[in-house]
Design a protein around this ligand. Structure first.
Ligand code: IYR
Length: 231
């Protein structure tokens, strides 16, 4: 950065601070990249959870990691609601299963149910009560100023999608499993969890240990050549 750019930053009303950055050797980068990919490639979604407890501190750590995601205008438009109360989890399950029953028995177009067939999903959601935690990610469609007026938030879908990705990665890295469940529609969650009108439920993520006999569909990932293009 040249001197005049530095002076321009210094004169701004929103000050900048130095970036703390560790420049790694290429060998170190390659090794870290490989190790992270291999760890993430071992992540699988299962719907079969153990009821074994998970300490609240681990969930807190995953939420902290989710909260490090970049977001539109740094507005951080997310609220993670972590539910361990069995009564509340039962209510979530009951409401989700009611919506899902209608989804699987009529509302879903055939093309959608055909696409889901390999996953073996249905309206039964035992994971919502088996898992020790159910974390519901709410997207804040807008913010509220102290005087109660609406503050526009930008790219909230993208921001929350990234935050969810970080959260899922954190859960995996600590040796737990999760599934991104999307009851359809999910308006009941804001009501059950007492969230304000600017918060829209986006993902329901049961978190815990896999059941002893947890199963997963025999899926493969798209090969690199199908997901990347070089120009
Ligand atoms: N909401 C339903 C259906 C469902 C939809 C998709 I797209 C999935 O990847 C999995 C399930 C359910 O949660 O069962």
């Amino acid at each position: 950065m040249d001197e005049s750019t530095r002076e321009q930053f210094a004169a701004q009303s929103h000050p900048f601070v130095p970036l703390q950055f560790t420049r790694r050797t290429l060998a170190e980068s390659a090794e870290r990249a490989r190790a992270f990919y291999e760890e993430m490639n071992r992540r699988r979604t299962t719907r079969h959870f153990s009821t074994d407890p998970v300490p609240r501190e681990l969930i807190e750590q995953a939420i902290l990691t989710g909260g490090t995601a970049p977001s539109g205008a740094h507005q951080q438009p997310w609220t993670f609601v972590a539910v361990s109360d069995l009564g509340l989890k039962r209510q979530i399950r009951e409401a989700a299963e009611k919506e899902e029953h209608e989804f699987y028995h009529g509302r879903a177009p055939a093309e959608w149910t055909e696409a889901l067939a390999p996953l073996g999903t249905d309206e039964h959601k035992p994971h919502l009560t088996d898992a020790p935690w159910v974390v519901v990610l709410f997207r804040q469609s807008h913010g509220l100023r102290p005087d109660g007026t609406k503050r526009t938030y930008y790219y909230t879908q993208e921001s929350c999608g990234i935050a969810a990705g970080y959260f899922i990665a954190a859960i995996h890295m600590m040796g737990l499993v999760t599934v991104t469940h999307t009851p359809n529609p999910m308006g009941f969650l804001a009501e059950l969890l007492g969230r304000p009108a600017n918060e829209k439920a986006m993902l329901v993520m049961p978190v815990g240990y896999p059941a002893e006999d947890a199963r997963i569909p025999d899926l493969t990932r798209k090969p690199f050549g199908e997901i990347a293009v070089w120009k």
